[in-house]
Design a protein around this ligand. Structure first.
Ligand SMILES: [Cu+2]
Length: 138
């Protein structure tokens, strides 16, 4: 086998590995309602991700998101939440101390959260992976 052929094999393996891990979609977080009916989810953000990045909640019941920064401080991050119609429901600067966002979604649909920050001409943090979705179901 030539060196080129070996390299091709190596690349193919790497590609298959990437495809396999990308295909292993992480199951969304579905918070069980607390005694007061609130659906609570802890969301941590860092460079450049939100975890979890997919949350599913029920409509008509209160949702409480507790968001905080993890990892190295230094890069400022924000948490923006938009409703299905693009309306901005929250916009806060992430800190190590958790901050709560409470709302009761009445409309089903996909809510998006992301960090809109960017440095100079670089891609913004949302494009770099700091994004997630909150699906509100019936
Ligand atoms: Cu950010």
């Amino acid at each position: 086998m030539t060196v080129a052929a070996s390299l091709n094999r190596l690349c193919l393996c790497a590609l298959l590995f990437v495809a396999a891990t990308a295909g292993a979609e992480i199951a969304p977080v579905r918070p069980a309602p607390g005694a007061d009916g609130a659906q609570r989810v802890d969301i941590v953000g860092g460079s450049y991700y939100f975890r979890p990045a997919h949350v599913v909640v029920k409509a008509g019941q209160p949702v409480e998101l507790s968001v905080r920064l993890e990892g190295m401080a230094g890069v400022p991050h924000r948490f923006v939440l938009e409703g299905p119609d693009g309306q901005r429901l929250a916009d806060l600067t992430l800190g190590e101390q958790a901050q709560q966002i409470r709302f009761t979604p009445t409309a089903t649909g996909r809510y998006l959260y992301y960090c809109p920050n960017r440095l100079l001409f670089f891609r913004d943090h949302r494009q770099r992976g700091m994004a997630g979705q909150l699906d509100v179901e019936e």
